[in-house]
Design a protein around this ligand. Structure first.
Ligand SMILES: Cc1cc2nc3c(=O)[nH]c(=O)nc-3n(C[C@H](O)[C@H](O)[C@H](O)COP(=O)(O)OP(=O)(O)OC[C@H]3O[C@@H](n4cnc5c(N)ncnc54)[C@H](O)[C@@H]3O)c2cc1C
Length: 413
């Protein structure tokens, strides 16, 4: 069967998925004058959505933006200004054996000094647990180091976490700090969406892409309702590798990819209670108050996220998180809104110790020129949302370039 000619703009880009990765790609390509269409199966934002309940705004579990990260710079470049506050760490507790304990300043000082001088490159090819063990000193320092890596990477299984990535991420947190965003991460989604649409991108929600096929001048994306949209280049930003693979018209020949990083989350809207931040020393648990100081709740209210790094059985996780909330002084009477998220995918790919971030699939798909991938499992740059936006930006730039060239002639076997 002969290939169809493109019948719409020769510079067109279709972006599939409107999470941070897809919106970054769309805003990047639209700014360069490409004709961009974003198709989104649900509503905009993906895991960066913020849901409002009774005046309480919940991100999908606790979300903190790294001020020194790639994402921050990309957002600023696209004229999106994140506004927020530093975490309220004053009065924070650590929890050991189910009890709040005072943390010795000496242990903290000793760890910070070791972190400042640690060189990620020296630890390439080794696991984060090895680095932690190398710190020596009091057991408290070791536990504290594990806790610090969990908090900055969301990974609890340090034997399978590349040490260089863990150290870099902890240093990033230490250097620039993080921001809890006023209005939640929806402000990033809205900002990127406006950046894309103000330069002409069309964003079509409740439209699923179900297949991509070659045509003479590029690609045809088939939507769930049967419509076919033609494009010179396509960005697949659908969340994880399985969703991308199911759309790719070629076998991407990825080696075996690592597992996802998961978490169980309890999001709470409170009245009459402002609990302190609590970090689990011996258990992968965490409780953080995002408001106040952030603007996420009605007058006098608070928003708190309780989380277990590494989701297990949903029922057990929920009980454990509720117990943890009680330890912070939160009683049933304080809870106005409650949402449990059982097994959230924090990032779709934990890189291998051997290859680290270099082992993640690339933005380009060599067997399908003109198709690009973006997401928190793609490319060699960044971690979590930083990776989603870094790969989104690169995909948007490559799609821009591909769409300004003469028609691509993919190699057909
Ligand atoms: C509990 C939790 C806490 C987190 N905390 C942080 C944090 O503190 N800091 C940080 O940097 N990151 C954090 N993250 C990670 C961050 O949220 C993600 O890395 C980022 O939002 C991923 O964006 P994405 O665009 O790659 O994917 P997604 O947000 O998953 O977006 C994919 C989009 O594609 C759409 N889609 C899928 N298939 C199709 C299809 N066939 N057709 C059309 N559309 C489709 C989906 O509906 C979705 O909207 C956290 C994540 C979780 C779950």
């Amino acid at each position: 069967m002969g290939m169809r000619e493109l019948d719409n703009d020769s510079d067109s880009v279709v972006v599939i998925g409107s999470g941070l990765a897809g919106l970054t790609a769309a805003a990047t390509a639209a700014r360069e004058g490409r004709s961009v269409t974003v198709v989104e199966a649900h509503i905009e934002g993906g895991r960066a959505r913020t849901d409002e309940r009774n005046g309480y705004r919940f991100n999908q579990g606790p979300h903190a933006l790294y001020r020194g990260g790639r994402g921050w710079r990309i957002l600023r470049d696209l004229k999106v200004t994140p506004r927020g506050h530093q975490p309220p760490l004053r009065g924070a507790h650590v929890v050991r054996r189910g009890e709040k304990v005072h943390l010795s300043g000496a242990a903290m000082g000793s760890l910070l000094a070791k972190l400042v001088t640690a060189s990620p490159a020296k630890w390439t090819g080794r696991c984060a647990e090895e680095w932690v063990q190398s710190l020596g000193g009091a057991p408290e320092v070791v536990q504290l180091a594990r806790m610090g890596i969990r908090v900055s990477t969301y990974v609890a299984d340090l034997e399978h976490m590349p040490a260089d990535l863990a150290i870099s991420q902890a240093k990033l947190g230490l250097r620039g700090g993080v921001s809890y965003l006023d209005g939640g991460w929806a402000t990033l989604v809205d900002g990127l969406s406006s950046a894309a649409s103000s330069t002409g991108a069309a964003i079509r929600i409740h439209e699923s892409a179900i297949g991509i096929e070659r045509c003479t001048d590029g690609w045809e994306v088939t939507l769930g309702g049967g419509e076919v949209v033609s494009a010179r280049s396509v960005v697949i930003a659908t969340g994880g590798p399985d969703a991308a693979r199911s759309l790719l018209p070629v076998d991407p020949c990825w080696p075996e990819l690592g597992p996802p990083v998961t978490a169980a989350c309890l999001d709470l809207g409170l009245q009459g209670c402002r609990p302190p931040v609590m970090f689990g020393l011996d258990e992968p648990l965490y409780l953080s108050r995002h408001c106040p100081p952030g603007d996420l709740a009605p007058e006098g209210g608070a928003v708190v996220h309780v989380m277990r790094y590494g989701a297990r059985d949903a029922r057990l996780d929920r009980i454990e998180l509720r117990t943890y909330a009680r330890l912070a002084g939160i009683s049933d009477d304080h809870i106005v809104e409650e949402r449990f998220l059982a097994a959230m995918v924090v990032t779709h790919l934990l890189p291998s110790i051997e290859h680290g971030l270099a082992g993640r699939p690339g933005v380009e798909v060599p067997a399908a020129p003109g198709i690009y991938l973006a997401g928190d499992w793609v490319g060699t740059s960044g971690w979590l949302a930083d990776a989603a936006m870094a790969s989104g930006q690169r995909a948007g730039m490559l799609a821009t370039r591909a769409s300004s060239r003469p028609p691509l002639r993919p190699k057909v076997a």
